[in-house]
Design a protein. Structure first.
Length: 392
């Protein structure tokens, strides 16, 4: 595989905020959507090559290639992952194709070399033992002489054919080598080979990396028009405090794009985890973060209609031991989130009587942001599986 020289992109040129002790933070993140049959659904995960989303309450998966839309949005998190050791290399799929042809030409040369050496050795042996005998040779000797002459002629023809084929292969290899040299420049790349490392402060499950590149297509019809390319790389589970390397190829560029900006967004399920490179990241208390997000419901221009959303996942530390994972996965909760973000009309479904009080204590700890309709927070009922509001 032919790698081109290391290329410095304007991806992470700004000085990143230093990682601090764990706290709530507000940052400019990314909302992802899976578009299916012209309808957008919020993307809730990426696993085994499937873009996950809910449709009519059922979890669905759209395989690659899927249409993924993205929009910047203010996000909140009480988690953090350090992002470091970036290496981004431009790579040309055309050069890779040429390299395959080049290696094939080299192999063909080797295939012709052995027959040529055999033919040359045969010709040498025949020439050393050949020659015309005396005029009075017997009929048997004359027949041997004729056979030797035929063999020499055939060996000569074989040498000529093998030599011509070898010359053709050598000429082809030199031509491909020259073409590789001409294409092996940064202006011809159409793929980025990206490697980086993560180190989360706590365990994260079902992780994936969303990468967005903003670029100019200098060879396109509108060379000054900005375009975007995206890539989603599945990571899986990553452990707290451990360094987790990630390597992937970002394909889909036209040949020789001018990269203007790169942004990297780490997700765990449907929640974005901030890093040093998250835009406009600020640290707030939990109360300040909630108030900020609630106020943002009134200030966002042309906000989309949304259902009530959980402000933050609950730590298992506040969950009674009686609510095991198995039990909490079978219990459903229906409640009303008012326009003020308050919880009312709680109904606990499919729950043993002895666990109802424990579930009520858990619900008291949960905070929700209200639904938005036509740009205004509204009262709305929401139903969910109890285990979905717990941190793994």
């Amino acid at each position: 595989m032919l790698l081109l020289s290391v290329f410095v992109f304007p991806a992470l040129s700004s000085v990143a905020e230093e990682a601090t002790a764990t706290s709530d933070s507000i940052f400019m993140g990314m909302n992802l959507f899976v578009e299916v049959d012209g309808v957008e659904y919020p993307m809730v995960g990426f696993k085994s090559g499937l873009h996950l989303y809910y449709k009519d309450g059922q979890l669905e998966g759209a395989p690659r290639p899927a249409k993924i839309n993205f929009r910047k949005s203010i996000r909140h998190s009480d988690q953090f992952a350090s992002l470091f050791d970036f290496e981004t290399r431009p790579y040309s799929t055309e050069v890779a194709r040429l390299m395959e042809r080049y290696m094939d030409a080299i192999q063909q040369q080797m295939n012709f070399t052995q027959p040529l050496e055999y033919s040359l050795q045969s010709l040498s042996n025949l020439s050393a033992g050949g020659g015309m005998g005396p005029a009075g040779m017997s009929n048997v000797d004359a027949e041997i002489q004729r056979n030797q002459q035929v063999a020499v002629s055939q060996a000569t023809a074989a040498v000529s054919t093998s030599s011509a084929s070898l010359n053709n292969m050598q000429s082809m290899a030199r031509g491909i080598e020259q073409e590789i040299g001409e294409k092996s420049h940064e202006e011809h790349f159409d793929t980025l080979l990206i490697s980086l490392k993560f180190q989360p402060e706590e365990d994260l499950e079902d992780c994936y990396l969303f990468v967005r590149a903003k670029y100019l297509d200098g060879n396109g019809a509108n060379p000054e028009e900005e375009a975007f390319n995206i890539q989603i790389a599945e990571i899986g589970n990553i452990q707290a405090g451990e360094t987790n390397p990630v390597h992937f190829a970002m394909t889909g560029f036209p040949e020789g794009p001018q990269i203007l900006e790169m942004s990297y967004h780490l997700f765990s399920g449907d929640r974005e985890v901030p890093t040093e490179y998250s835009e406009q990241r600020i640290h707030l208390s939990e109360e300040e973060a909630y108030d900020f997000l609630y106020a943002d419901l009134f200030t966002e221009l042309d906000p989309p209609d949304t259902d009530p959303s959980l402000f933050k996942l609950l730590s298992r530390e506040v969950v009674p031991a009686s609510l095991t994972t198995e039990k909490s996965r079978s219990i459903r909760v229906s409640l009303l989130v008012t326009a003020m973000g308050e919880v009312d009309q709680v109904q606990i479904l499919n729950c043993p009587d002895e666990l109802v009080s424990d579930v009520e204590r858990v619900i008291i700890e949960a905070k929700f942001l209200p639904a938005v309709e036509d740009g205004t927070p509204v009262d709305r009922q929401v139903e969910f599986v109890l285990d979905d509001i717990f941190r793994s």
